[in-house]
Design a protein around this ligand. Structure first.
Ligand SMILES: Nc1ncnc2c1ncn2[C@@H]1O[C@H](COP(=O)(O)OP(=O)(O)O)[C@@H](O)[C@H]1O
Ligand SMILES: [Mg+2]
Length: 304
């Protein structure tokens, strides 16, 4: 499964979510890839050891002048965490944006073409950490993905403004090229129910989204997250006993349950489709026989 973590607003917790959920899942023995699609490279610096030699990055993978010379596997590195891999980014990638845009509309499928088959074959889950905009990289991410998670900052009223634009973009990508793309859930981040603003934002979100569209697990506002970010670590390294680490462990479990239930739903849907298909087939055959008779004049009253 490939999952885009998006919200066109910055600072809502996309990178924190991509890295910490990835580590929590890798600790549950899942094979995970994080693709750092943001040229600010925050996920890259959190996940890779600072001494990791990185000859190839997202830049090499997407650079048209390299003409497909680099494959996904040439640009993926083991992170500091067992079972967790990272496709790193570099600041220079922002310079590729105009090149990629100039190849529009083919450029929308560039990332999909370069990573999708490999990521789906090699990893249980791939997370794409996105930049805070609606540009060509985010469009590429949505074209390459099966699912979307949208983190929302429960500490800032501005975060609600970003949601509408984000969902408009998702809809346009679903209509224009990736009909299989599905919104998975919204994650409430930086929740502090002691503050009025958190309570107001959560009430507002609950009016706009059904309970199935929101993760039950919320991430509390917790300074351990900022301290971990400062140290370029995840909370599992810096403060595994923190409330935030506990929340991310719970989120990983809920995430796996959501996918188990989705798989069950898909199975029962395809079984009932089979049944309907069979019934339809029989009805169609009988009807078509009648039509042929009528049209060919071979009815029972035909004189022979
Ligand atoms: N639950 C939280 N509690 C406290 N600080 C948080 C929390 N989530 C994120 N942060 C901090 O907020 C800032 C923005 O988070 P980040 O994940 O980088 O957002 P984005 O990737 O959407 O720009 C970072 O400094 C991060 O440490
Ligand atoms: Mg980020």
């Amino acid at each position: 499964m490939i999952i885009s973590v998006i919200n066109n607003k910055g600072g809502v917790g996309k990178t924190t979510l991509s890295c910490n959920l990835a580590v929590a899942l890798s600790r549950l023995k899942k094979r995970i890839l994080v693709i750092d699609l943001d040229p600010q490279c925050n996920s890259t610096s959190i996940l890779l050891h600072k001494d990791t030699v990185v000859p190839n990055t997202l830049y090499e993978l997407l650079d048209a002048t390299e003409n497909g010379k680099f494959q996904a596997q040439d640009c993926i590195y083991l992170s500091k965490y067992k079972g967790l891999y990272c496709l790193p980014n570099t600041e220079e990638t922002s310079g590729l944006e105009m090149d990629i845009v100039s190849q529009y509309p083919g450029s929308l499928g560039l990332l999909r073409q370069r990573i999708r088959d490999y990521a789906k074959a090699e990893f249980d889950f791939t997370f794409i950490d996105n930049p805070p905009n609606m540009g060509i990289f985010v469009a590429n991410s949505l074209f390459a993905s099966d699912f979307i998670i949208v983190p929302n900052d429960a500490g800032s009223a501005y975060s609600l403004d970003g949601l509408r634009a984000t969902f408009d973009l998702i809809k346009s990508i679903q209509e224009s090229g990736n009909p299989d793309l599905r919104f998975l859930k919204l994650l409430m981040n930086r929740v502090d129910l002691r503050t009025a603003i958190s309570r107001i934002i959560i009430d507002d979100i609950k009016k706009r989204f059904s309970p199935q569209q929101i993760f039950k697990t919320v991430i509390p506002s917790n300074t351990a997250i900022q301290q971990a970010e400062y140290a370029k670590e995840t909370i599992f390294t810096l403060n595994p006993a923190s409330l935030a680490a506990k929340a991310y462990r719970n989120l990983a479990k809920e995430f796996l349950t959501v996918f188990k239930n989705l798989a069950k739903d898909e199975l029962s849907k395809s079984l009932s489709k089979d049944k309907v298909g069979k019934n339809n087939g029989t009805r169609f055959k009988k009807k078509s026989k009648r039509v042929i008779r009528k049209n060919s004049g071979l009815g029972s009253s035909h004189p022979g």
